[in-house]
Structure formats: structure tokens, C-alpha cells
Design a binder for this molecule. Structure first.
Ligand SMILES: [Zn+2]
Length: 169
């Protein structure tokens, strides 16, 4: 998948702002499976009723509204992001089960570890129905938007911000 550093920074800011709770959102993009480009990230409300610190739930109605809004634009919801406050930036068993429950082959998942509300570690995954599991999704940073800060987002793990690609932790 391809994504700009600005969008990664936007998710990181959402994650820091929501700490110590999990936050979630949608990845809006285009392109065929396997070479998606994320062009927009959309914050969604975490509808989890009880365990906001380590669970998230996306409201299907909110998602439906977003999908309606995107109709005819050539863009679609190609995946989701959520944070793991003080937990590793990789899918939990809960994440795996939730993904396996839906029709989610090829759906992208970005998971951001948020350590003590400060240090953010991005990671990217793609769910595969065939194996009922997440695979590492290779991320390529797209060129910075002209006029925008070209600096990598602060708090991104060493080895990820300075490279064009990063692997999940
Ligand atoms: Zn999770």
C-alpha cells in the first residue's frame, strides 16, 4: 500500500489525542488489491461500550454514511486503522477474530501502538480469508505534498520514518 507521511501523522495525532483509549478510523483510497493508495483518513467514533482502553467497534451506520459519501468519487473504504494504547503494534487475537467474522479478504489494517500517549509505532497489515490471518503489508510512503511539511511524523519508530518503506514492528 502507499500512503503519505502526512496521513500517517494524522493517524498518529488521532491516536495521541485519544490516549489512553483506542481510536479508530477508515482508510479511504483507490487502486487494485495489492497496490492500494490511501488518499484520505477519516476518524470514526469508537462505539465500544465497555473496554475503550483495549477494544474498538465501528458503527456500521457511520461507515455506511461514509461509503455513501464516496459513491461516484472513484474512492472507497479500503481498510481501517485503530490504535493499541500501551500495546504492541500488531493484530491481537481479538482483531483477527473480528476480521475473520466479516468479508475481509484484502482489507487493509493499520495498527498504531501508542506508548504512554507519546511514542507512536505504525504498522500495516492485510487480512487474508484463505489463511484467516493477517499478513504484513508493505508500505511505501508517497511523496510529500508540495507546501506541506516533508518531515516524518514525530514519534515514528526508528528505521521507519527515514526509509521509504517500513515493516510492522
Ligand atoms: Zn487491535
Amino acid at each position: 500500500m502507499r500512503i503519505s507521511r502526512e496521513l500517517v501523522a494524522e493517524i498518529a495525532a488521532h491516536g495521541r489525542g485519544g490516549y489512553p483509549f483506542e481510536v479508530c478510523g477508515a482508510l479511504v483510497g483507490r487502486g487494485p488489491l495489492g497496490s492500494r493508495e490511501i488518499v484520505r483518513v477519516v476518524r470514526l467514533v469508537n462505539h465500544e461500550p465497555d473496554r475503550l482502553n483495549d477494544r474498538y467497534q465501528i458503527d456500521p451506520l457511520e461507515l455506511l454514511h461514509l461509503e455513501r459519501e464516496l459513491r461516484g468519487t472513484g474512492l472507497e473504504v479500503v481498510g481501517f486503522y485503530h490504535t493499541h494504547p500501551d500495546h504492541p503494534a500488531r493484530p491481537s487475537e481479538t482483531d483477527r477474530r473480528a476480521a475473520a467474522d466479516g468479508l475481509s479478504d484484502g482489507v487493509l489494517h493499520m495498527i498504531f501502538g501508542v506508548d504512554r500517549g507519546e511514542h507512536v509505532t505504525p504498522s500495516a497489515w492485510v487480512f487474508r480469508d484463505a489463511t484467516q490471518s493477517f499478513e504484513v503489508e508493505r508500505v511505501e510512503y508517497t511523496a510529500a505534498i508540495v507546501g506541506a511539511a516533508a518531515d516524518a511524523p514525530t514519534g515514528v519508530a526508528p528505521g521507519s520514518a527515514s526509509d521509504d518503506k517500513f515493516s510492522p514492528a
